[in-house]
Each structure stands twice: as structure tokens, then as C-alpha cells.
Design a protein around this ligand. Structure first.
Ligand SMILES: [Cu+2]
Length: 212
């Protein structure tokens, strides 16, 4: 896993870092993604929020607060990224290849790569289609937290994406989902048999090393 803060500390300390006892380097590191709304014409909402990642020893603490999402709706959420080491960015309207005014999940591929780790009740389970995702309350808000063993997540990730590391600061966080009652144009594509309402991107944010 690449955490920018660790890299900077090592670079500043130079050769000293190589001989420093592990305990002296055990400071918590943080990454954060500020989420901005997507597809507001069909979400009728300005979905915002923050996804925070804190690494403490083997524990990766994930904390995602979302505001103003479509209410009373389950929201799939993942980090997306490239399997070739390229840094992902959030899709924009420039990615609306079929010009229907909506960024489909499949249209995010060019900027953001592929769906990687789901923020479900069990992220290391890596079960994108069947995992349990959070549901927004009547106001469209939710707060998701999970603590994951980095060892377990690294192993699951390497199995799904051979030769790749988590590399959080090269990834983007997507929040998905509008209610089943929202009638989307037939031009909106989805993933296999999963309804487009479930996979429609509603917010995105690039993961960055947080200032401390
Ligand atoms: Cu996703």
C-alpha cells in the first residue's frame, strides 16, 4: 500500500529511515477524498461528502460521510482505479460518450478505470455485486465506517488484480444509486444484469494524502 505521508517521511529522513525501528514510524497516516456531485439532472440532489482512510498498524479505518444523496436508497460505493498503475481521476461530462447527458458507470472507465474495492460491511470480501452497502436516511445522509485488516485487504486485492497494490492515492471513490422509481433513459448502461439505477454514479472524489 502506498501512503503519501509515509513516503514523504521516508524521503525527509533519508537513510535514517532505513535503520529506524518500526515503532518509531508507526504514526497514523491519512488519506481523504472530497466527494462532489455527479448526474444531478437525474439525482435531483447534490450529493457531497468525505471519504477518509486512516492507517494504524494493520488497521485501515474507512470513514465515509455522505450528505444529500437520494433518500431512503441503498448506495453502492467503491474505489475505482486502473490496473496498470495509472492514476485515476473522476469522470466528467466529457466522458458522456453517447451524449445522453448522463455519465453511466461504464462511461467512467476512461477516466477512472474499473471497480476495485467495495465499501460494504466486509470490504476485504471484495464482493461488489452482493455486498451489503449503506442506505441513506430520509434526508439523504449516511455515515459508513469499517475497519479492515490491511493484510487481508492486500491479499484479496492482489488476488483480484494480480501484481497490483492498493495505491489509494491513485484511486477515486464513487458513490452510486438512485431509487428504483427514478425512470432513467434506456441509453444509460450498467454492469451486466445490475439495474442502471443501482450503478448510476452520483458522486466522486479523488483520494489524496491529507494535510496534517
Ligand atoms: Cu463504484
Amino acid at each position: 500500500m502506498h501512503f503519501h505521508t509515509l513516503g514523504t517521511a521516508a524521503a525527509l529522513a533519508g537513510a535514517v529511515a532505513l535503520t529506524m525501528p518500526a515503532a518509531a514510524q508507526a504514526a497514523t497516516t491519512h488519506d481523504v477524498a472530497h466527494l462532489h456531485p455527479l448526474n444531478t439532472s437525474v439525482t435531483h440532489a447534490k450529493t457531497t461528502g468525505e471519504a477518509k482512510f486512516a492507517l494504524d498498524g494493520d488497521a485501515l479505518k474507512i470513514d465515509i460521510r455522505v450528505h444529500g444523496a437520494p433518500a431512503d436508497t441503498e448506495h453502492w460505493q467503491h474505489f475505482h482505479g486502473f490496473i496498470d498503475g495509472k492514476a485515476a481521476t473522476c469522470a466528467t461530462m466529457a466522458d458522456d460518450a453517447n451524449k445522453d447527458g448522463i455519465i453511466d458507470v461504464t462511461e467512467t472507465d476512461r477516466a477512472s478505470g474499473t471497480t476495485m474495492v467495495p465499501f460494504t460491511t466486509d470490504p476485504a470480501g471484495m464482493d461488489v455485486p452482493h455486498g451489503t452497502y449503506p442506505k441513506a436516511d430520509a434526508k439523504g445522509d449516511y455515515h459508513y465506517t469499517a475497519t479492515v485488516s490491511v493484510k487481508a485487504l492486500d491479499a484479496a486485492f492482489a488476488k483480484a488484480f494480480p501484481g497490483q497494490k492498493l495505491d489509494l492515492t491513485k484511486r477515486v471513490v464513487y458513490i452510486h444509486g438512485v431509487p428504483a422509481s427514478e425512470k432513467l433513459p434506456a441509453t444509460v448502461a450498467s454492469l451486466g444484469p445490475i439495474p442502471a439505477n443501482v450503478t448510476l454514479p452520483i458522486a466522486c472524489g479523488k483520494i489524496k494524502a491529507a494535510k496534517r
